[in-house]
Design a protein around this ligand. Structure first.
Ligand SMILES: C[S@@+](CC[C@H](N)C(=O)[O-])C[C@H]1O[C@@H](n2cnc3c(N)ncnc32)[C@H](O)[C@@H]1O
Length: 365
């Protein structure tokens, strides 16, 4: 039996569930203090938060404030920005709890604002940039068309899938790989401590992005080796990240297509946040492609945030809609739906491990 891995910052799943519910109750109680039309107006203006945060990251104001408090005039001078516009933007960011204004008008980052700095661990600085790209925002803007037609917004808006968009826009592809690394950084402690990873053998992360999860697993299990299968444009990012994480010598990088062939022989295969990018039909093709690489008895681990229709986790609900707008038929699924897909692909469902973040759902060849 492999030794359990324990990491810091991993509150138990029940604590996370209770925390989310309690916050929702507090928010609803606070909402009762305002007239409904004011609340509705405020909700409608929420897009401004995304734009304000994105703009402050993009112009370098967040990074600059990471070095210490500064007035808008000083920041404007240092970064060659319009001080008045910056001051007005920071005011709204203060209302959203990103910055605070001190004596003499100096602005500083709050704890939430600190998380937007690239050097913060974990950080969501690349995510702020990715979410503010036109490609993402325009797809969200077409939600009404999706509701009418049932078609995913990204291809309807941009005339091609998000992956073809990335292949044609390498800067955005790299930005997305970095922002996914950040997203995985938020949950990797749960995933690494939430599963009995083998002490030896090989783990293959299929479509593993730049490798943040694989790097964390290998760091916790020095006797394990890894294979990372990815699209060609992402492999240089993976090479750099795995090198920086000190595990590059234990990882083989393999160019692959999840719809065609996964050339990797491993004891355990991972698909983290992959099935949620695709509809059932294409998810089945992905599962069958991985299954074709698996030896009898090998395991596949789906790492997905579960969407239980009877008790929906608010984060899963939000990610579900993000998948609807950004992918080609992507969606969050319940445990029953994931196990059903595994079975249809000829894999026997094994154990399920729940964490404070995503669940780990086994399928056995
Ligand atoms: C949502 S990201 C998840 C990345 C990683 N598993 C994680 O959770 O950090 C989806 C990944 O699928 C990869 N991908 C998309 N289509 C692919 C294909 N046809 N073959 C291989 N990888 C693909 C993308 O490059 C991207 O890194």
């Amino acid at each position: 039996m492999p030794a359990p891995i324990s990491l810091d910052k991993t509150p138990p799943p029940a604590a996370v569930r209770i925390g989310l519910r309690f916050r929702r109750l507090l928010r609803r109680a606070g909402d009762r203090l305002l007239p409904p039309e004011v609340l509705a107006w405020e909700r409608l203006m929420a897009f401004a938060t995304t734009r304000v945060i994105g703009a402050l990251v993009e112009v370098g104001a967040i990074e600059a404030l990471g070095a210490g408090p500064a007035t808008a005039a000083k920041l404007g001078g240092d970064l060659d920005l319009d001080a008045d516009t910056l001051e007005r933007t920071l005011r709204l960011a203060a209302d959203d709890g990103i910055v605070a204004r001190g004596r003499g008008g100096a602005w500083s980052l709050t704890a939430t604002g600190q998380a937007l700095r690239e050097a913060h661990s974990p950080s969501i600085s690349f995510w702020a940039r990715h979410i503010n790209t036109d490609a993402v925002q325009d797809a969200w803007a077409n939600l009404a068309a999706s509701i009418r037609t049932g078609e995913p917004s990204f291809p309807a808006t941009h005339g091609r899938s998000v992956w073809d968009h990335f292949a044609a826009n390498p800067d955005e592809e790299r930005l997305f790989a970095s922002s996914m690394r950040e997203m995985t950084g938020l949950v990797k402690a749960w995933v690494v401590s939430g599963y009995p990873w083998p002490e030896r053998g090989t783990v293959c992360d299929v479509a593993g992005g730049s490798g943040p999860l694989l790097a964390a697993i290998l760091a916790a299990r020095p006797g394990l080796n890894g294979v990372l299968v990815e699209a060609p444009g992402v492999l240089p990012e993976a090479d750099a990240h795995l090198r920086g994480a000190g595990v590059r010598d234990r990882v083989e990088l393999v160019e692959g297509n999840i719809f065609e062939r996964v050339e990797a022989s491993a004891d355990l295969y991972l698909l983290k946040d992959i099935l949620h990018d695709w509809d059932d039909e294409r998810s089945l093709v992905i599962l069958e492609t991985v299954r074709a690489a698996m030896a009898p008895g090998a395991k596949l681990l789906l790492v997905e945030t579960l969407l239980d229709p009877d008790d929906p986790n608010p984060i899963a609900v939000l990610v579900d809609l993000h998948m609807l707008t950004q992918c080609d038929g992507g969606r969050q699924r319940s445990l029953g739906e994931l196990r059903g897909l595994l079975e249809r692909a000829g894999l026997r469902p094994g154990e399920t491990y729940r964490t404070g973040g995503p669940a780990l759902v086994e399928g056995i060849a």
